[in-house]
Design a protein around this ligand. Structure first.
Ligand code: GLU
Length: 400
């Protein structure tokens, strides 16, 4: 007799975390594996933020915080939304959670009933579809391709909306493609939402500060649909604070209250010390803060290096990402080919081949809903990137 719930049985392990786990295990066995799998800045958290955490412990911020986050943290996030995104979210519209992943999870659970439809443009971040599964809703995929810069059009969205549609989920800057939606493109999406007042959009902006094109654009800037948008953000990527687990939403009060209620039954609140440190992170202005600017510049240099390196691999199709720290090239030329016992039929096979033959961990495109591609995270040192791509090229050229 099966002891686990259908909900858990149907759900897949996070494939970004799975590849990272396998790479760690191989390294522990002494294998020289280069991991370009997880999307995690290799920088340290800014000193001033770390100091704030130490002070929080000394000042005994060790008790339960309010469920949606400390009032002064929500005030600081409200100011951040205004300063960086020109968004007016009052503190009561903000809920602070244990990572943007929990923010997204709560948003979906708060909005979606079993059987509702959730539109997810492909490629998408791996956890969206699994969270929708837990909510027992139906994912409706809308395909975008490298040829159209992996961006969904208003026409595609309009065609996918049915009376059962409740939510659209997307990220900009995008994980895994690194593409950005322009203000005009977001306006196109906003105009579709305006026609469907019961359809909501979860705008995942966690890569906001890793944007090589200039100003970040938020979907919620269009006032006429602002109440239909749940803006998700956090400190993991822009402030090199992945381990601190702080994410947050800005949303209409009804949705924020629902997420607060759910959070109160799940985690009570998120870590008091990480919250105190996040107040300081929120005060860092991305326009002139050296830590944020230095990280972004380093990521830009690596992006340019990686673009040059990948362009040099025969028969892969790559476009220049505009943000985040991923490349998502098309690699399907190599499908149908073999080397030794390896037969490559899809992105999973290719990722496994590159892991064992080249000792480089990547995440198969299938995990993001596009089996023609494979994801490279370039959040690591130049030397490792050069060596990883050298090994990958060598392994690909062996495939016949
Ligand atoms: N979001 C990062 C990634 O895509 C971190 C791992 C995860 O939570 O998926 O690699």
């Amino acid at each position: 007799m099966e002891i686990l719930s259908n909900r858990i049985l149907q759900m897949s392990e996070s494939e970004t975390l799975a590849m990272t786990r396998i790479a760690r295990e191989l390294k522990a066995q002494g294998k020289d594996v280069i991991s370009l799998s997880i999307g995690e800045p290799d920088f340290n958290t800014p000193e001033i933020v770390k100091e704030a955490a130490k002070k929080a412990i000394d000042n005994n911020y060790t008790h339960y915080p309010p469920v949606p986050g400390y009032a002064d943290l929500r005030e600081a996030i409200s100011k951040k939304f205004k300063r960086d995104n020109n968004l007016d979210y009052k503190p009561e519209q903000i809920v602070v959670s244990t990572g943007a992943k929990q923010s997204i999870f709560q948003t979906v659970m708060a909005l979606v009933n079993p059987g509702d439809e959730v539109i997810i443009p492909t490629p998408f971040w791996v956890s969206y579809k699994e969270i929708v599964k837990v909510a027992e809703a139906k994912t409706v995929y809308v395909k975008t391709t490298l040829a159209n810069n992996f961006k969904v059009t208003p026409q595609q969205l309009e065609a996918a909306i049915t009376p059962k549609t409740k939510l659209i989920m997307f990220s900009s800057p995008s994980n895994p493609t690194g593409m950005l939606y322009t203000k005009e493109e977001l306006k196109g999406i906003a105009d579709v939402l305006a026609k469907h007042p019961y359809v909501f959009a979860m705008a995942d902006e966690i890569y906001e500060h890793i944007n090589f094109e200039g100003k970040h654009e938020s979907l919620a800037q269009f006032d006429y649909i602002k109440d239909q948008v749940i803006t998700v953000n956090g400190v993991a990527k822009g402030f090199a604070m992945t381990g601190w687990r702080i994410g947050f939403i800005g949303a209409n009060v009804k949705i924020a209250k629902a997420c607060d209620k759910l959070q109160g039954q799940v985690t009570s609140a998120t870590c008091s010390i990480a919250q105190r440190a996040t107040i300081i992170a929120m005060e860092l202005n991305p326009v002139d803060n050296k830590d944020i600017i230095d990280m972004r510049n380093k990521f830009r240099e690596r992006r340019d290096l990686m673009f040059k390196l990948l362009k040099d691999i025969p028969n892969i199709n790559v476009i220049l990402p505009q943000g985040a720290f991923y490349f998502f090239p098309e690699v399907n030329y190599y499908y149908g080919k073999s080397f030794k016992d390896y037969k490559i039929n899809n992105s999973n096979d290719l990722a496994m081949y590159l892991l064992y033959e080249a000792n480089v961990a990547l995440v198969p495109g299938a995990a993001f809903g596009d089996d023609n591609c494979i994801r490279f995270s370039y959040a690591t040192s130049d030397n490792l990137l050069i060596e990883a791509v050298r090994r990958i090229k060598e392994a690909l050229l062996k495939l016949q």
